[in-house]
Design a binder for this molecule. Structure first.
Ligand code: ACM
Length: 630
């Protein structure tokens, strides 16, 4: 080859590499699709682009797409029935077996966008992917400016698991109807399809039950308290209960419809027999001691935890399993709940039930004798089997936390494994269907960064750990693993914005774990895509944690030396530190390997930089705090 020609070939090669790279750089999807082939070119959105749907039933998704595109672009696009629009939605005439009920294909060329699916859910998820292909300004709820174009690409996509969920606890703090809908909307954008709604607990009963009006007249309200949950003063006699709220049947129907339009199934949870102080405050006769002074708890210390999973309730918060009135009560509750929620499942809790009051109760002792139940713990099995019969009479399947395995439950019950995955493994071996949501990877109430930066909670969970979650363990028949979810308990979370902060980015990581193929999982790739979704969330006005930029501080002792170890989750950061209390910056020591800590007073300050600029929070730890990390 002549030198000139050689140069030209090299130039073209570099150009092609640059183009391919820049196009795939624009494609930053969460969750990552099964197959994605970037192509040359872009589709430019203009006001002449019609949105067409081939089948009338696809109008809802097409209208939603028009609305999403119109809000920021102001292009005034309309959706209409047609088969050859510039943006075309189409159901497959004969189902593509690979796509199942939620999969889709998306083909973008410079001329058109074609979205196909077997069912509406697939069109909806394809729409979410398409929106993520647009510049971040597409997330703006109000008019914005950007080059409204999409890189050419071919995508084939379908989920790994049918259950991709997030749980929100609305008992510890109440979230308004609008908050709940906003939360659901965000989940749908990441192809989550299940919203587990923790509606009842010790701190508030949030669902109207018309046949039991005191549940919300009394049970939905507690005394107002500030300060850390679990450390607050108990209600004083006669003190008015002013904090709370509940959802009426109309509210629930509206939220259920809103979720259905976003292909999210709502699984309601009525947590029994434990976690029932709000119900007992309304109807004390449901408990063993029937204490008429029982109040909805405002976040006081009413239990003791002994660190090995055992605990004691200082105030009774469990229903009495030996009283037939309790089952009449539950029948009424589940009659209304079953009618309000179309989900085949009702979650009945079953977690953390303290049996100490049962052990002392003559009625429970008599029941144990009659049933030949030798251990009080096994009364929970009796209770849950009664509950399962109530649900099945209403055509609903029982779902509960992994404690429902204790005392025996029928194989028809579905188990949500939260105390690690061992309950889920055991349940699958027994032939139960399982949803995995272990504290180790899926607890969204845990701290995301350093305990000194985020409000301290009893445990930490970083986004990279959530991303490393594998819901289908080796040795378990995967057909029993429905999928997984993230759980946001809200003891320390009082507002929607804080709920978002706790949820993201970990729920994005979990969304990818539950949707994308295991084989393509890659933390560095996810971390880079996550950053573009930070930018998108900034435009959308959705809160999230940036703890992934914060240094992780550990120490260890080796051969008599006390060593400091620094790292960060986000790849490519430089970590600078000082141990004399000086403000660290890029002129301070840059961390490269474990550093021996000296004797005497230390104030460690550490911060991450990227491209010469500080990023993330500075962590400051004095010697006594470092000692705790030895
Ligand atoms: C739970 O976290 N108590 C299910």
């Amino acid at each position: 080859m002549k030198p000139m020609k050689k140069l030209l070939v090299l130039f073209l090669f570099i150009l092609a590499a640059y183009l391919t790279n820049s196009q795939s750089m624009n494609i930053q999807l969460i969750p990552q699709p099964v197959e994605i082939h970037p192509m040359k070119g872009v589709f430019v959105l203009s006001k002449t682009a019609a949105i067409g749907y081939a089948q009338p039933e696809s109008q809802r998704v097409a209208d939603m797409l028009a609305q999403k595109l119109n809000a920021p672009t102001g292009l005034g696009l309309k959706a209409a029935q047609s088969t050859a629009a510039a943006i075309q939605l189409q159901l497959n005439a004969s189902p593509d077996p690979r796509l199942g009920s939620e999969g889709y294909t998306l083909e973008v060329t410079s001329k058109r966008i074609l979205l196909t699916a077997n069912q509406q859910a697939g069109l909806f998820y394809g729409m979410q992917t398409l929106l993520q292909l647009f510049p971040k300004e597409i997330e703006s709820p109000t008019p914005a400016t950007a080059a409204w174009q999409v890189p050419a690409v071919q995508i084939t996509d379908y989920p790994r698991f049918p259950w991709r969920g997030t749980m929100l606890d609305v008992s510890r703090h109440f979230f308004s109807k609008q908050d709940v809908m906003a939360y659901i909307e965000q989940l749908a954008r990441y192809k989550m399809n299940t919203f587990h709604w923790h509606l009842t607990d010790d701190n508030g009963w949030r669902v109207e039950i018309k046949s039991l009006p005191k549940l919300t007249e009394v049970g939905a309200w507690r005394v107002e308290r500030a300060g850390r949950f679990g450390e607050r003063d108990a209600p004083k006699p006669g003190e008015p209960a002013t904090y709370g709220g509940f959802y009426t049947h109309d509210d629930i129907r509206e939220i259920v419809r809103y979720a259905q339009e976003r292909f999210i199934s709502i699984v309601p949870e009525i947590d029994v027999p434990g976690h029932s102080m709000a119900a007992i405050a309304a109807y004390p006769e449901l408990s063993c001691r029937k204490d008429p002074n029982t109040r909805v708890d405002p976040g006081s210390k009413f239990s003791e935890w002994y660190g090995n999973g055992t605990f004691k309730m200082l105030v009774e918060n469990a229903l009495n399993p030996s009283d037939e009135k309790v089952y009449e009560f539950l029948d009424k509750v589940f009659t209304e709940v079953a009618a309000l929620f179309p989900s085949p499942y009702i979650h009945v809790g079953g977690d953390e039930c303290y049996k100490g009051f049962w052990a002392e109760d003559p009625g429970c002792q008599a029941l144990m004798k009659k049933m030949g139940i030798r251990h009080v713990e096994d009364l929970q099995g009796y209770f849950m089997n009664r509950v399962e019969k109530i649900l099945s009479a209403k055509g609903k399947k029982l779902l509960g936390w992994d404690e429902i395995l204790e005392g025996g439950i029928s194989p028809g019950a579905t188990v949500m494994s939260w105390r690690g995955i061992k309950g889920g493994i055991e349940a699958a071996h027994l032939g139960h269907e399982v949803v995995m949501s272990p504290t180790t990877h899926a607890y969204l109430d845990y701290n995301q960064g350093d305990q000194t930066v985020d409000p301290p909670i009893y445990a930490g969970l970083r986004v990279s750990k959530s991303y490393s979650f594998e819901p289908a363990p080796d040795g378990v028949d995967p057909k029993f693993i429905l999928g997984g979810q993230g759980n946001l308990w809200t003891e320390q979370v009082a507002t929607l914005k804080h709920a978002e902060y706790m949820t993201y980015p970990r729920a994005w990581a979990l969304a990818e774990v539950y949707w994308s193929p295991k084989e393509t999982k890659n933390w560095e790739g996810f971390a880079s895509r996550m950053e573009t979704h930070f930018d998108r969330s900034d435009v959308a006005g959705v809160n999230y944690s940036r703890a992934c930029y914060d240094p992780i501080v550990k120490t260890r002792t080796q051969e008599g030396k006390w060593l400091l170890e620094l790292s960060a989750e986000m790849p490519g950061l430089d970590i600078y530190y000082t141990i004399d209390g000086a403000m660290p910056n890029r002129y301070s020591p840059k961390y490269a390997q474990p550093v021996e800590l000296p004797k005497g007073p230390i104030t460690l300050r550490v911060i991450a930089y990227r491209n010469g600029k500080p990023i993330g929070n500075m962590i400051t730890l004095k010697r006594d705090e470092l000692e705790k990390r030895r």
